[in-house]
Design a protein around this ligand. Structure first.
Ligand SMILES: NC(=O)C1=CN([C@@H]2O[C@H](COP(=O)(O)OP(=O)(O)OC[C@H]3O[C@@H](n4cnc5c(N)ncnc54)[C@H](O)[C@@H]3O)[C@@H](O)[C@H]2O)C=CC1
Ligand SMILES: O=C(O)CCC(=O)C(=O)O
Length: 436
């Protein structure tokens, strides 16, 4: 039997071993720092702030599959339910070779804040598998997805935790997850995941929703700053679901997308890139590499391009202090989760660059996921116009509340969004009380 820790030294040693170690690496450390920044604004709710630094439930699963060549491979998977105070967990599933528990914890935390900031009745969750989906066959990927779903099946469900697509996953992944969960349960459960194909209870507008939300919040920020979309120069990092569709909407609204980047290429064309052509090229070739309508540019020069809107829509930690110091954008609109470190946030603020934070800018996806979940429960489906109108209303309303608070308190939009969200989450937490 192990002894009860007695000394500060014991306690420090144990804290150092914990996955909540305050010296934990990025991006969880960034999330914790963002939470700390709202402490002075929480009043009596401050008593509960530690809740947000302790994910409620953290599941690590082994995902073994038989590969096509008959060998057995093991992948590490995660599902983290960061907070469930306001409703079931909600958040995507990432398939990427760099996925770690630390990353999934941070992504789950940002989901808690995002869902509360825009007023959705969900807690925050996220999942992932450390796998490069491009390195396995279609059959292997399906076996990985099925085994992962079965392993996390003990904690997900339409009223418990509802996954959705994120980096490296899509509607097909969700179809396989829905089918596996339903088979294990012995009854079709469309509401267990969102972002599904339409034929399986998916929602019109979900695929476009995150990019659409990025565009709406950029437009609103532009209105406040006197920067119209029409004629604006736009730079977009990440050319997948969020960056690609976001770029297309900017392009369609008369903006000039002058640079785009993905994991295969970083390209510039000051005259404006033909975004539909670039998207067609990326779809056909697995990336932007080889697209003839723009020229390669060094990634560090990419961040320094003069523009009105800079949209990081790839991965976390891209806008570092060093890069932020060279940014020449009027407005940064975070399509990705966690693209700007807290220290880089400060640099951008000092330089007068407005940052529309991820927990607001990319909330369009989870908002339409909420619509999908509601439609699945009622088995009554809405038109695309109804969905886009409701999305517009929620995004504009959330932007305006966050903008107003930021002006009142003289804080960044990120801190204002976190204040609103933390108040909602911690008020729910306090109302629920402690058990026993
Ligand atoms: N799909 C969704 O509905 C939502 C996604 N997000 C966030 O948006 C970001 C992008 O997600 P998706 O577009 O869904 O993923 P995706 O898998 O569709 O696309 C990811 C894109 O990022 C690019 N990329 C990856 N590593 C890169 C690197 N080192 N440098 C430049 N580009 C790189 C890829 O080439 C690809 O174009 C992630 O941070 C995700 O968490 C946020 C809200 C919702
Ligand atoms: O649609 C959802 O449920 C979650 C999307 C997501 O993972 C995100 O907003 O980061």
């Amino acid at each position: 039997m192990s002894a009860t820790p007695q000394t500060q030294q014991d306690l420090d040693r144990i804290a150092g071993l914990s996955y909540l170690n305050p010296a934990a690496p990025e991006p969880w450390a960034s999330f914790v720092e963002q939470i700390e920044r709202v402490r002075p604004y929480l009043g009596s709710l401050e008593r509960w702030i530690e809740t947000l630094k302790h994910p409620k439930r953290t599941l690590i699963v082994d995902v073994p599959i038989e590969r096509d060549d008959g060998t057995v491979a093991h992948y590490e998977g995660y599902r983290v339910q960061h907070n469930l105070s306001r409703g079931p967990g909600k958040g995507g599933v990432r398939f990427h070779p760099d996925v770690t528990l630390n990353e999934v914890m941070a992504l789950a935390g940002w989901m808690t804040i995002k869902n509360a900031a825009v007023g959705l009745p969900f807690g925050g969750a996220k999942g992932g598998i450390r796998v490069d989906p491009g390195s396995v066959s279609k059959g292997e990927l399906q076996r990985i997805t099925r085994r992962y779903t079965s392993e996390i099946g003990i904690i997900i469900g339409p009223d418990k935790d509802i996954p959705a697509p994120d980096v490296g996953t899509n509607a097909m992944t969700m179809a396989v997850m829905m089918d596996t969960f339903s088979m294990n349960r012995g009854g079709t459960a469309t509401g267990v995941v969102t972002g599904k194909p339409i034929a399986l209870g998916g929602s019109l507008g979900r695929q476009e929703a995150t990019g659409r939300g990025v565009f709406i919040t950029a437009r609103e920020a532009g209105r406040q700053m006197g920067v119209p979309i029409e004629g604006a120069r736009v730079v977009v990092q990440g050319f997948g679901n969020v960056g690609g569709i976001g770029a297309r909407l900017f392009h369609a609204a008369g903006a000039r997308v002058i640079a785009v980047a993905d994991h295969t290429a970083t390209l510039v064309n000051e005259a404006g890139i033909d975004i539909p052509a670039a998207m067609a090229h990326a779809a056909e070739n697995g990336g932007l590499k080889g697209f003839a309508g723009a020229s390669p540019i060094d990634i560090e020069d990419f961040w320094r391009l003069e523009c009105e809107f800079l949209v990081p829509a790839a991965l976390e930690g891209q806008l570092t202090v060093e890069r932020a110091a060279g940014v020449r954008a009027r407005i940064v609109v975070e399509g990705a989760n966690g693209p700007t470190t807290p220290a880089a946030d400060d640099v951008l603020r000092e330089r007068g660059t407005l940052v529309v934070p991820d927990v607001l800018a990319n909330a369009g996806g989870v908002t339409v996921s909420y619509f999908e979940w509601v439609q699945d429960f009622s088995s009554f489906f809405w038109t695309e116009d109804e969905i886009n109108e409701r999305l517009e209303r929620i995004m504009v309303g959330a932007f305006s509340a966050i903008w107003k608070l930021a002006q009142e308190k003289h804080v960044s939009l990120r801190t204002a969004a976190f204040i609103i969200a933390c108040q909602r989450v911690l008020e729910a937490r306090a109302e629920r009380g402690l058990y026993p």
